[in-house]
Design a protein around this ligand. Structure first.
Ligand SMILES: Nc1ncnc2c1ncn2[C@@H]1O[C@H](COP(=O)(O)OP(=O)(O)O)[C@@H](O)[C@H]1O
Ligand SMILES: [Mg+2]
Length: 241
């Protein structure tokens, strides 16, 4: 097991946001966490990325393990550098006044080594040709879809092997959503492990191998994507009947 979250409880101040949730991600999988707004999806990703308060919650119980070892004491920078986990945050958070190239370059400071740097730039530009065309453009001039590509590209430039994606389809036109999800599929086929958080449950389950349904800080259902897509309660609550 690559990544496992075990009976995790977290709090923001005195407010408990996760009530003892467990889920795991195997190497090479795409796993999705779906659920309504406020369910605890972002909180789960922040906990794994080891972000710290005030932005991220405090773990009060349970564990997060990477290849069997607790990472609760791991620094956020080491999560990227040593565990090769990279978070693509909700809302992209790219630097609008920097160019595409500069945004990608910034991410390379998080790397352990720069040996495969050229290869990784090439991979980003192969996956997202539009970023190559716009590499010297200020990032704020990109469309929403292109900014999301840049956010994924930036994560790839850290040399990551596991991508944590927070609502990557949000705000994108349908055609761009599908394009982005096809790219995620391709990345996975090339070996990338993916933990995908989405409110768009149908889209997420069509891509993922397995999923978990989060409901107010607890796991309400879990299974293969086929199981969840066929689950009457999941259908009713998250898939529009
Ligand atoms: N910085 C914060 N301070 C206090 N409560 C927060 C904070 N961030 C999130 N929460 C609360 O934690 C719960 C889970 O939020 P979140 O993980 O953002 O949900 P989701 O990503 O599924 O929409 C919600 O009740 C939310 O109000
Ligand atoms: Mg969220």
């Amino acid at each position: 097991m690559l990544l496992s979250v075990e009976n995790l409880e977290v709090k923001y101040g005195n407010i408990q946001a996760l009530h003892g949730i467990s889920f795991h991600v195997n190497e090479g999988e795409i796993v999705t966490l779906i659920g309504a707004n406020g369910a605890g999806k972002t909180t789960s990703l922040y906990a794994i990325a080891r972000l710290r308060p005030p932005e991220a919650p405090r773990v009060t119980k349970g564990d997060i393990r990477f290849r069997g070892e607790s990472i609760l004491d791991t620094r956020p920078s080491d999560v990227v550098r040593k565990l090769h986990l990279a978070l693509v945050p909700e809302g992209r958070r790219i630097f609008g006044n920097l160019t595409v190239q500069e945004n990608l370059q910034l991410a390379t400071y998080a790397r352990e080594k720069n040996a495969d740097l050229d290869k990784d730039y090439q991979r980003v530009f192969d996956l997202f040709p539009r970023l190559a065309e716009r590499r010297n453009q200020r990032s704020e001039s990109l469309s929403g879809g292109e900014q999301q590509m840049l956010a994924v590209g930036r994560a790839l430039m850290t040399g990551c092997k596991i991508l944590l994606l927070d609502e990557p389809s949000m705000g994108l036109a349908p055609v761009l959503k599908y394009e982005l999800f096809r790219t995620l599929k391709q990345l996975n086929e090339e070996g990338m492990t993916i933990l995908l958080v989405e409110q768009n449950a149908k889209l997420a389950l069509e891509l993922a191998h397995r999923g978990y349904v989060l409901d107010t800080g607890t796991i309400a259902a879990e299974g293969t994507s086929e199981e969840l897509l066929g689950n009457p309660e999941v259908k009713k609550a998250y898939l529009g009947g």
